[in-house]
Design a protein around this ligand. Sequence first.
Ligand code: NDP
Length: 400
Amino acid sequence: MGKVLIIGAGGVATVAAHKLAQNSDVFTEIMIASRTKAKCDAIAADLKARYGVEVATAQVDADNVPELTALLKRFQPVLVMNLALPYQDLHIMDACLAAGCHYLDTANYEPLDEAKYQYSWQWAYHDRFKQAGLTAILGCGFDPGCTSIYTAYAAKHHFDEIHELDIVDCNAGDHHKAFATNFNPEINIREITQKGRYYLNGEWVETQPLEIHQPVTYPEIGARESYLMYHEELESLVKNFPTIKRARFWMTFGQEYLTHLRVIQNIGMASIVPIVYEGREIVPIQFLKAVLPHPEELGSNYTGYTSIGCRIKGVKDGRPKTYYIYNNCSHEAAFKETGTQGVSYTTGVPAMTGAYMLLTGKWGGAGVFNVEEFDPDPFLAKVAESGLPWHEIVDGDLEL
Ligand code: NDP
């Protein structure tokens, strides 16, 4: 039913490409374009061998808007899936407007020189997408993505009003490396080392990085120390569900990981400020990225599960109610199916599902939208069938 172009050839793009190839009745033509064409070619060769699907590839610098626009005009995709890095978001949106393509991403725009997470830059494109009759789908990974859609599903089916939302993200997997990040190290470390922030009674409360923590029990995993962080979906969720009084995001970290992170910060390796080294400017965190294990390499020895979900309090028919909706994903099963680990899998599968919603006409509209603004029902049916089934606990103890 349509041509799709994936930009990026990392872990998330690899999983999404597998899932597009598994749905070749809807995704009738696929192209993967990225900075390093050899990586696109390797994914295409794997897809041909596994599913017999032909995938086109191309080299592109997505920060070069004229170059990307020319590629889009040549290939003419219905939808561009931005699975590169958040730095590219605005450039890819510009090229989509210039070439008349719909847009989807999994992470909000960040300027290169400032770790700042907010939707304002992308929301500012709303009128341009609206006038062009194009759809931009923001944040269609797991968190943001499934967590946002879980919240929309809870609001639609389980609550008259949502009052408290806690998004809980546990990675109980073991990659058997002393230190590695599960997705792009630069993005990951920037996210974790920033100040924490949560929403309370209409205001944002700031905390020191990882200052607030407590054990939280995850299904089939057990108790894990969970740390309050800021995460981008909180911004759009409190806007789209205005009855929310408190919204927080929690992520688990092991002691070993936190010790490494502290050392990395103390010695200045997490810095995004360029320094001159042997006459050449380098950014410490980018250099660190080059020496750390690459997220795609973690899969082959990764055991255990991720467990991500939403713990919600509110009222239904005048009575207080609690609701927990979550997915557990096996790193081993993800690797067996796609050759990548669970964190890439839990992001790539929802990205494909969002693309499927758009191409099958279940989601649409002209403008820029966060995923919770669409109907959650068809998405949750498809995402479950595509490898990320979800489970519910009603009126259980939320712990938080
Ligand atoms: P990787 O670093 O593994 O892959 C990024 C890819 O983008 C690489 O192939 C890279 O090329 C390519 N790329 C970078 N810059 C450019 C450019 N200017 N032009 C063209 N291609 C470029 O990242 P991941 O796959 O782990 O993550 C992809 C995205 O998913 C990120 O935005 C991340 O923040 C997001 N994410 C979202 C999650 C969610 O739940 N919502 C969870 C995890 C990730 P090269 O190979 O040459 O380096």
